[in-house]
Write a protein that binds this ligand. Sequence first.
Ligand SMILES: Cc1ncc(C[n+]2csc(CCOP(=O)(O)OP(=O)(O)O)c2C)c(N)n1
Ligand code: SF4
Ligand SMILES: [Mg+2]
Length: 331
Amino acid sequence: MSFVEVLPQILEPFKGVKGVALEEYFTSGHRTCQGCESALVMKLMIKAAGDRTIVLGSTGCMYVANTTYYTTPWVVPWMHTQLGSSGSAALGTAAALKALMRKGKMKSEPINVIAFCGDGGGADMGLSAISATLTHRDYNCLILMYDNESYANTDIQLSGSTPYGAYTTFSPAGKVKRIMHKRWKKNTAGMLAAGHPECRYVATVCPTYAVDMMNRVRKALTLGGPTFIHSLDPCPKGWDYDPMYSHELGEMAVKCGIFPLYEVEDGKLSFYGQTKYLVEGRTKRLPVREYLNRQGRFAHFLDEDVEYFQAKVDEMWEKWLLPGVLPFTKE
Ligand SMILES: Cc1ncc(C[n+]2csc(CCOP(=O)(O)OP(=O)(O)O)c2C)c(N)n1
Ligand code: SF4
Ligand SMILES: [Mg+2]
């Protein structure tokens, strides 16, 4: 039996908006909400990857709203997988392609494998499968976690990625208890980058910065091996704001330092975009107050809640060993 090494595709970065591919592989026929940034993430992700790509998606808005009544916007091969199994689906598909090519049952060619999951499916339920996949250096697959900060599809339940204090159907603000959700958001990308020495690439992205985002997808696929991308996606329904402000809220989350943009390539960390400016001191972090005020899920916040939120973000930047990335503090 001959050994066949399946090399990844080489996808050069898009040089600005004018260099972006015109082809669409996530088209009309979906039923996501108006202003849904997760739908935009799907569109950009597959635009960046191109047509020689298999997409796998775990249960959530990006499954349910994209496969209604026997219609689908996906132009590339696509398969649904169970809510907690984006990691297993990615690895299994990459392994199956490799085996079929080795046995000569299909032409040997680089095919991208991308599995997406929501924050419920990725940061919570599917974390162990993602972790396992990130230890298998021999398989080329990207796991993209689209983070709308709730279990949105089942009507906005709290996830490990929901921000402190946010109103969800599992954490409604009441007269006796104003703040029901008192845990700080899970640091998924930092945790996966720190704990998986075989993983070649971890990045955070925000679809507000579309070209930057697509180029992180292209880099992940080009590097090969198991890779992970975490995108922050404003969700008009769960976050409770007018859909026209989706992009602006993504921008504010980055500029407030709530969601730092960075990549870790073979263990080397670099910040990019607006976050790089913050790290280099070229711009100042925006206060979180306006970001919070613009969303109905924080409408019950009093001044003390905003101050607590701000203090926690300050801590991420001023006390963490790697600002916004690794939450250890030095003695
Ligand atoms: C094992 C399992 N438990 C519960 C569900 C019900 N369910 C379907 S979608 C969903 C929400 C998933 O949340 P997330 O992964 O964040 O994706 P989103 O809906 O936010 O896009 C839940 C709980 C399920 N499909 N499978
Ligand atoms: S609930 Fe949020 S994530 Fe789901 S389709 Fe609507 S905007 Fe998109
Ligand atoms: Mg979600």
